[in-house]
Design a protein around this ligand. Structure first.
Ligand code: 8P2
Length: 459
């Protein structure tokens, strides 16, 4: 019995993404994505690993959904592979859509509510060849893709997210180059950031048809200066602006923060936004997803590279707006990613968003931790990951008690999977995957989380 109960109907889920788990990258007409190209480029992914096989979810989806059901999850967040549905970024590949129809039918059969993300970074390569996200037309191609997917699935999928972590897609993909397509241009990065939001704005009205709800899933961080010096306070303002307020204001208010626009002026940002764009972008969500992992603790440092470890090859070039900002460790325990464990930061983000952007239902669309896992006696005892999730769920419970309209939580991730630049070197899953045999082993955190879901709360 839960002593710290959550609201009735709370969504207890786990999250994944297409390129990270599916594999079968040429099956049934799938085209190449920028991550196929990037991962096959030497020096971009640890040990030269890629998502060609991943964890074979395209073939094993029924087994994986059955495992979700047996554990007790009532929701599942997954992403659609754009190049599986539109191989060259245009048209319709029925065989690609059929996979997602099969997947959704398995979920519904298990009583699991599907939450579909349209863009989790696997842009069709042909659209990148035509300019990618810095090119305004890509936003219109996305809206067409969204229409195709929605027409095929909206009879069964009622929760849609347009873009996952547009900050990563823009600033790591086009700014630092640590993510696909691996370009390093601040001007391109800020263009990409706006066009990802424009893509959301163009698609959102289309996705509401057929009684559907639409959201987006930005990655938000609590941000703290190392001191109250003017320089450190400004460093925190800049990072909070670019990481959080740029996306929250656009999505929820239909505006960009003036200070952030000024910070981005050197990169030509003012030329990117066309009249009417922000009216298209703002106020379209029925809910907001929040991906939360940790807090940024920052200081002003003219010699700083301004990067958080997002890949083993983290470049020295800062993402736009992070010049002369150092990201420091404040002494908290860290996960295998080197990210500080700070559940208080999640409570801070939730209560801040609820206060500053009121009346928007919220979901934690990603939260979780990488730790080194070891199989022993046929099981995996991942107490650190369990403790991480429990502490963050306790922060969610406190936030709800403080009036935050939190409707669900998705652990990242259901399965160990391809962790972008880290390849298979970082395990975030509730379920362990033996990458040689593809055998799944629910970790102790999976069994515990399933009990939390079934009891709708923490003990
Ligand atoms: N790194 N890391 C883990 C996790 C990544 O695997 C997801 O694909 C992203 O949405 C987000 O960055 C978070």
């Amino acid at each position: 019995m839960a002593t710290r109960g959550f609201p009735e109907g709370f969504a207890w889920g786990a999250a994944t993404a297409s390129y990270q788990i599916e594999g079968s990258v040429t099956a049934d007409g799938r085209g190449a994505s920028i991550w196929d190209t990037f991962a096959h480029t030497p020096g971009k992914v640890l040990n030269g690993e890629n998502g060609d096989v991943a964890v074979d979810h395209y073939a094993r989806y029924a087994e994986d959904v059955a495992l979700m059901g047996s554990l007790g999850l009532n929701a599942y967040r997954f992403s659609l592979s754009w190049p599986r549905i539109q191989p060259g970024g245009r048209g319709v590949n029925g065989a690609g859509l059929d996979f997602y129809k099969r997947l959704v039918d398995e979920l519904l059969e298990q009583g699991i509510t599907p939450y579909a993300t349209l863009y989790h970074w696997d842009l069709p390569q042909e659209l990148q060849d035509a300019g990618g996200w810095p090119e305004r037309d890509t936003a219109y191609r996305f809206a067409e893709y969204a229409q195709v997917a929605h027409e095929a699935l909206s009879d069964r999928v009622k929760h849609w997210m347009t873009v996952n972590e547009p900050w990563c897609a823009a600033f790591l993909g086009y700014g630092s180059g640590d993510h696909a397509p691996g370009l390093r241009s601040s001007a391109q990065a800020v263009r990409a950031a706006h066009h990802l939001l424009l893509a959301h704005g163009l698609a959102a009205p289309l996705l509401k048809a057929n009684d559907c709800l639409v959201g987006a899933a930005p990655n938000l961080y609590a941000v703290t200066p190392v001191s109250d010096s003017e320089a450190d306070l400004d460093a925190a303002r800049r990072i909070d602006g670019l990481q959080n307020r740029f996306f929250l204001d656009a999505l929820l208010r239909g505006s960009y923060p003036e200070d952030v626009v000024a910070d981005l002026e050197p990169f030509g940002f003012a030329d990117v936004v066309q009249p009417g764009d922000l009216d298209l972008i703002g106020g379209k969500v029925d809910f907001l997803g929040i991906n939360y992992y940790s807090r940024h603790t920052v200081s002003a440092d003219p010699d700083a590279a301004g990067m958080v470890a997002t890949s083993p090859f983290a470049s020295a070039s800062p993402w736009p707006g992070a010049e002369s900002v150092a990201f420091v460790n404040a002494g908290r325990p860290v996960t295998d990613m080197g990210w500080e464990v700070d559940p208080g930061g999640l409570h801070e983000i939730l209560t801040r968003v609820a206060k500053e952007y009121p009346s928007v239902p919220l979901y934690i669309t990603e939260n979780g931790a990488a730790y080194v896992d070891t199989v022993a006696d046929g099981g995996v005892d991942d107490q650190e990951r369990l403790d991480y999730i429990e502490a963050h769920l306790a922060a969610c419970h406190d936030a709800i008690a403080d009036g935050v309209p939190l409707k669900g939580y998705f652990a990242w991730s259901f399965l160990d999977n391809f962790e972008w630049g880290w390849g298979y070197g970082k395990r975030f899953g509730l379920v362990y995957v033996d990458y040689e045999t593809q055998v799944r082993i629910p970790k102790s955190s999976a069994h515990w989380y399933g009990r939390v879901a079934r009891h709708n709360g923490l003990s």
